[in-house]
Design a protein around this ligand. Structure first.
Ligand SMILES: [Zn+2]
Length: 216
């Protein structure tokens, strides 16, 4: 096991390690079921559940922990574009680190390119969001991880990341809040950290994008 240089939270698995991990996790889930008195051996509904859940954790819910981070192939900023670029909504599907319950919502990313720097393909931002969402997360850190990675790999002048999300640990348990109850977190990096005018521009664009009609 090793981790990526710009992403200490990653655990890159070698051949065979993934299969062993799934088998060991299934074993422990089976014990967990035994403790809860869920008879996965006889009940046809839960018979394969320990292995199914183990696979789901390793291959899907933790997809951004056990796979390499997205390669941000870039292009020269030939037109020297230096205005704020805002993208979103980008789907967020993550898992809460406190309760292991789904988090879902929308991300918005603002990038202030460097005229001498490089820009990346639009879909790469979606991939970065999905990658860091594929772990046990808390939303305050998720915006940080996304922003820091884009800063480190593409060297723009500044980045802004805003996420508005529903936490099912709050809707399905505890106070059982409404699905309309969202949490919003925004983080600024580089030149955007202390540029009030650009920050306002970013937030204004986010609310316009939030209200934009869906096409198709
Ligand atoms: Zn939670």
């Amino acid at each position: 096991m090793s981790s990526d240089r710009d992403d200490p939270g990653s655990t890159l698995l070698r051949d065979g390690e993934r299969t062993k991990m799934i088998a060991a996790a299934a074993d422990h889930l089976a014990k967990f079921f035994d403790i809860l008195g869920i008879d996965y051996r006889a009940d046809h509904n839960t018979r394969e559940t320990p292995i199914r859940v183990a696979r789901m954790f390793v291959e899907e819910l933790l997809r951004g922990k056990f796979n390499p981070p997205p390669d941000l192939t870039d292009f020269d900023n030939v037109e020297s574009f230096d205005e704020l670029i805002v993208m979103g909504p980008i789907d967020v599907r993550s898992t809460c680190a406190h309760h292991l319950m789904p988090i879902f919502g929308d991300a918005y990313i603002g990038v202030l390119p460097s005229t001498s720097g490089r820009i990346i393909g639009l879909s790469k931002y979606d991939r970065v969001v999905d990658y860091f969402s594929g772990r046990f997360q808390i939303q305050e850190e998720l915006v940080q991880h996304i922003g820091q990675y884009i800063m480190a790999r593409t060297l723009p002048r500044g980045v802004a990341v805003r996420i508005s999300a529903v936490h099912t640990c709050k809707t399905q348990r505890g106070v059982r809040a409404s699905y309309r109850s969202r949490m919003v977190t925004t983080s600024y990096f580089g030149a955007l950290s202390n540029d009030e005018r650009r920050r306002d521009e970013f937030l204004r664009e986010c609310s316009l994008l939030e209200r934009a009609p869906a096409y198709g």
